[in-house]
Ligand binder design. Structure first.
Ligand SMILES: NC(=O)c1ccc[n+]([C@@H]2O[C@H](COP(=O)([O-])OP(=O)(O)OC[C@H]3O[C@@H](n4cnc5c(N)ncnc54)[C@H](OP(=O)(O)O)[C@@H]3O)[C@@H](O)[C@H]2O)c1
Length: 300
């Protein structure tokens, strides 16, 4: 058994309650990890409320896509880590709001990377590498990033700049200086996005939508079509011919490795974070829904 926070129902943050749940031994290709910190992300809020029906979330589910901790045991076929090794884990099957997790995807945590950064990286780092690969961003491209100041957008922006792209970052004016320091050209998402981006960049080759709310039609207009537009959460994507991207098992380890090695090289700045106890998971959801702008990490 492990201490966890589970969903007693769909609804407000109060449905997140402490529970003791069974965590089996690791199966083939899996590891069992004692978490130091677990990340909270906006998808968790959508799953908890019932607004998003995905990832098998149901009553009794333990939410949480990511974390970092120490390997406790390994299943058969695992030979790249051993008990005692420190890792960051990506959990597309959920389970992160707990002391112990079973993981199928991990990357070693270098000693130079803090526990906070290691726990905050997996979901945003995996998504960022994935979407940049999907729209093939490279040297000389102009990329528009919607939500460039968020957890995913911050990583997308820096990786795209490192690939030689010019990045136009759609953010609120209060975040202009932050994205400029990452090498991007800021534009306000509340202004006339199409006119503003055209006046700054002339043209856009591709768009990554990493925003919690986005205008995909503007993105398509700016990119000259939906082919090189990708979104992580816009439910209108299919109707507009835009790809809605989710984790693909074949690419996860590559994406985690690329993101972690950039972090270890001190080539990545992550969004600022707030650490609170695992038992206060409901408080993290409440504060995020009240508009607090931070990455929350839960400490078991
Ligand atoms: N499909 C996947 O695999 C996957 C993986 C990870 C995340 N996601 C989803 O991707 C989205 C971003 O995740 P995250 O962790 O980066 O969230 P986050 O840290 O909360 O960042 C979201 C960002 O969106 C910005 N935003 C809100 N409205 C906007 C608008 N109209 N135009 C431009 N930006 C706007 C926010 O800016 P303000 O702070 O100014 O409001 C914030 O910077 C979430 O919807 C999440 O559920 C999907």
């Amino acid at each position: 058994m492990t201490h966890a926070i589970s969903l007693t129902d769909f609804g407000g943050p109060e449905v997140l309650r402490p529970a003791d749940v069974v965590v089996p031994g690791p199966g083939r290709g899996q590891i069992r990890v004692a978490l130091r910190l677990a990340g909270v992300g906006p998808t968790d809020l959508a799953l908890r409320s019932g607004r998003l029906k995905a990832f098998g979330a149901a009553k009794g589910t333990v939410l949480g896509f990511e974390g970092a901790g120490t390997v406790e045991s390994v299943g058969s076929g695992v030979d790249d880590v051993a008990p005692g090794d420190d890792v960051a884990v990506f959990l597309p099957g959920l389970g992160g709001y707990a002391e112990l997790v079973i993981a199928e995807f991990w990357v070693r945590k270098p000693a130079t990377v803090s526990w906070e950064d290691a726990a905050a990286l997996p979901a945003s780092g995996e998504a960022a590498v994935r979407v940049l690969d999907l729209v093939s961003v490279g040297d000389g491209d102009t990329l528009l990033v919607l939500g460039a100041a968020g957890s995913v957008g911050t990583v997308v922006t820096q990786l795209a700049v490192a690939r030689g792209a010019t990045v136009i970052a759609a953010v609120r004016p209060a975040d202009f200086a932050a994205v400029q320091s990452l090498g991007a050209v800021p534009v306000s998402y509340s202004a006339d996005l199409v006119a503003d981006v055209r006046s700054r960049a002339g043209r856009v080759d591709a768009v990554v939508d990493a925003a919690t709310r986005s205008d995909l039609q503007a993105a398509i207009d700016l990119a000259g079509g939906p082919e090189r537009v990708v979104t992580l959460s816009n439910a209108n994507a299919a109707a507009l011919g835009v790809r809605l991207s989710g984790p693909e098992p074949g690419g996860v380890v590559h994406a985690l490795s690329e993101a972690m090695s950039r972090l270890a090289d001190r080539g990545l700045v992550l969004r600022s974070h707030t650490v609170i106890p695992l038992s206060a998971a409901a408080e993290a959801h409440t504060r995020l829904e009240a508009g607090e702008r931070s990455k929350f990490l839960l400490a078991p």
